[in-house]
Design a protein around this ligand. Structure first.
Ligand SMILES: C[S@@+](CC[C@H](N)C(=O)[O-])C[C@H]1O[C@@H](n2cnc3c(N)ncnc32)[C@H](O)[C@@H]1O
Length: 296
């Protein structure tokens, strides 16, 4: 990197040399080199090898612990394999649980996990999306909606549905991810090839406008930043795996496209970037604790 300000000096002056198209002051650049290869640089690297004790995904369960009343009923809206619903139910033995997901394979896996954990007497899992569940009139003391708003067809409709599923005295916990200013237009275009995510839902302002319009008050907002990714990387290096997969995908794309279809290969490429972009702050994860507006 050429230090700013050193490229505009008069050409041909003794002590300058060409590096690429820019002229740099050889004598001061040598000072930079001495600094770069001096002990401070390595000390910074050493400090960066020390964990900053990031919060991990279990932090969300700690947050939920104070929000689930004794004997309360809980819905995991978009439960996938019910791993989180099972964790919530184990932590709250007097609670009753309900899981919904619109993907049949997820519901099958969720039902199996519930049975494996001996929770079938107090946990039910059904094939449904949030929007349809809201039309049943059922309401819950605690609504858990983790990593789902990115995928709903319409943010405002989904926010209204979540509000309907929450008892007037209940609490809704939402975890979702939005794009930051660090995400370039080209990167955003590439992420659009993710087949499940809806690009409009990755706007923080769209998410935060949808809540009050749906009759929900934001009680708490927590910025996760890069912490969950740091936490995971410190334990099992998933970003390294994602980058390795990306490199292989790019070198082997023609074969993968022919074998599986370019739509799914594009989707996998976007999803692998998703994890990396969360790690370097191009995507930011947010947690909201919400309550129905009192007048609703
Ligand atoms: C990224 S996964 C997150 C799963 C789980 N909540 C978790 O945190 O591990 C997104 C899930 O949302 C589900 N989903 C997508 N749209 C939905 C909707 N409209 N209503 C309910 N679930 C939905 C998907 O089927 C998928 O299981």
């Amino acid at each position: 990197m050429i230090p700013v300000g050193r490229t505009s000096r008069v050409a041909g002056v003794c002590g300058f040399r060409l590096q690429g198209m820019a002229r740099i002051d050889a004598s001061t650049h040598d000072e930079d080199l001495v600094r770069v290869y001096g002990p401070a640089t390595w000390q910074v690297y050493d400090e960066l090898d020390i964990s900053l004790n990031p919060r991990g995904p279990d932090w969300l369960h700690d947050l939920a612990a104070d929000l689930i009343p004794a004997n309360g009923n809980v819905i995991d809206a978009g439960c996938r394999d019910a791993a989180h619903l099972v964790q919530l139910m184990r932590a709250h033995p007097s609670a009753r649980g309900f899981g919904i997901d619109p993907v049949p394979l997820h519901v099958e896996k969720a039902q199996s996990l519930v049975v494996e954990n001996g929770l079938q007497d107090r946990v039910e899992v059904m094939l449904s999306d949030i929007e349809s569940a809201a039309t049943t009139g059922k309401q819950f003391d605690f609504v858990w909606c983790r990593d789902v708003l990115e995928q709903v067809a319409d943010l405002q409709t989904a926010a209204r549905a979540l509000a309907s599923l929450t008892r007037p005295t209940g609490t809704l916990l939402v975890f979702t991810t939005v794009a930051t200013d660090l995400l370039s237009p080209d990167e955003a275009a590439m992420l659009k090839r993710h087949l499940a995510n809806v690009p409009a839902n990755l706007s923080r302002s769209a998410v935060e406008d949808a809540f009050p319009a749906a009759g929900l008050d934001v009680i708490q907002c927590h910025e996760i930043g890069t912490e969950w990714r740091e936490w995971a990387e410190e334990r099992h290096a998933p970003a390294s795996t994602a980058l390795l997969r990306l490199a292989r995908l790019r070198r082997d794309r023609a074969r993968l496209d022919a074998l599986h279809g370019s739509d799914i290969v594009d989707h996998v490429e976007a999803n692998l970037h998703w994890e990396i972009y969360q790690f370097i702050g191009k995507l930011a994860s947010l947690v909201y604790v919400l309550r129905p507006t009192a007048t609703r």
